[in-house]
Ligand binder design. Structure first.
Ligand code: NAD
Length: 353
């Protein structure tokens, strides 16, 4: 039995589904169900005894202690976070509360639980913290990709809060000996991605005949990984990672945002042509850039590949095609997540230039 926090969100839900498919080991899924948490993501597990959902905040020490005592997990995988950079610029408070204070409370609850385990249980226990490449800051076009040795230079309230959480995890290992592992992954894409993020936003807006908002000149470079490949990396690190170490996770897929948008438009042109026969690329609209927008992220994943033998299963071409197909096949999921509150947020965000 393992605990997953934030398992109703994009990556967490993909991880829970992947974990149960691949290992069959039961999961207790602890999620606060913020705007980003969606139990519909887990509907295929309804009635499956291997998945137990608990609505709770990782900042709630009493609930965490009670759950740990009741279920006695052999590992905790922490996905729970506020995750959207734009929201962190408009309202950083929630990011500090969940990503910093929440991670601290979770670490404390887990430490107390772990310290009370008997020797064999203590030996196998793991706390895996899921983090981002954004903690490393931004790269110039000719810089080498981020390795695990790169300085932490976070630039947004989101990345600063994640950097703080990574440091807490590191300190709980060095100070208390808590058996921790940290993964720093590049941008994920795939099914169940909330349509405030670039790829699902473009697919959903294109199909709705709306503008496709591209920040600034669209030349910001991100490194993309299919979400199920991130899940397989986390499974591998949990299984064989060296305690206290961090592992960068990425698929060597650097792309400029505008190229991503053009690729999505090209796939939609082929898979669901516009009625007027024109390309979805006609809907591209440049909007004011995000303040402090990092220019380039790129992940060097050689440590994970070399030491743990991990490799992604998808190329960008196969993963993006699967993703577009999933959104075409699941219009009801899209309709359900587009609540009134979500629409207001997107309208406020993407004012045309
Ligand atoms: P998400 O926003 O889709 O999901 C976050 C989940 O956490 C939601 O289900 C939400 O309800 C839950 N949550 C938020 N605050 C909580 C709290 N206080 N207590 C319990 N649950 C809470 O995010 P995501 O994209 O799935 O990212 C998951 C993790 O992976 C995050 O830690 C993020 O920093 C990290 N990450 C994301 C990416 C990416 O490209 N999306 C890349 C690298 C790392």
């Amino acid at each position: 039995m393992i605990f997953v926090t934030g398992g109703a969100g994009f990556i967490g839900a993909n991880f829970v589904l992947d974990w149960i498919e691949q290992t069959g080991e039961p999961v207790v899924n602890i999620d606060k169900l913020t705007y980003a948490g969606n139990l519909q993501n887990l509907s295929s597990l309804q009635g499956d005894a291997r998945h137990r959902f608990v609505q709770a905040d990782i900042g709630d020490s009493a609930v965490l202690a009670a759950l740990l005592a009741e279920y006695r997990p052999r590992a905790v995988v922490n996905f729970a976070a506020e995750s959207h950079v734009d929201r962190s610029i408009h309202g950083p408070e929630d990011f500090i509360q969940t990503n910093v204070v929440g991670t601290f409370r979770l670490l404390e609850a887990v430490r107390q639980y772990w310290q009370a385990l008997n020797a064999p249980e203590k030996e196998v226990f793991r706390f895996l913290h899921v983090s981002t490449d954004e903690v490393y800051g931004t790269l110039a076009p000719s810089d080498p990709a981020f390795t695990e040795e790169h300085n932490y230079e976070p630039n947004s309230p989101y990345s600063a809060s994640k950097a703080a959480s990574d440091h807490l995890v590191r300190a709980w290992h060095h100070t208390y000996g808590l058996p921790v592992l940290t993964t720093n992954c590049s941008n994920n894409y795939g099914p169940l991605h909330f349509p405030e993020k670039l790829i699902p936003l473009m697919i959903v807006n294109a199909l709705a005949g709306k503008p496709l908002p591209v920040y600034g000149d669209g030349m910001q470079v991100r490194d993309w990984l299919y979400v199920r490949d991130h899940c397989s990396a986390i499974r591998r690190v949990l299984e064989a990672g060296k305690l206290g170490d961090t592992y960068n996770v990425g698929g060597w897929n650097e792309k400029a945002n505008i190229d991503i948008v053009r690729t999505v438009c090209g796939l939609l042109d082929e898979m669901r042509p516009r009625e007027d026969g024109k390309s979805y690329a006609e809907q591209i609209t440049y909007v004011t850039d995000r303040p402090g927008h990092d220019r380039r992220y790129a992940i060097d994943a050689r440590k994970l590949e070399r030491e743990l033998g991990w490799k992604p299963a998808e190329t960008f071409e196969t993963g993006i095609r699967k993703t577009v197909q999933w959104y075409l096949d699941n219009p009801q999921w899209v309709a359900n997540v587009q609540s009134g509150a979500y629409r207001e947020w997107v309208q406020k965000q993407y004012a045309p230039q």
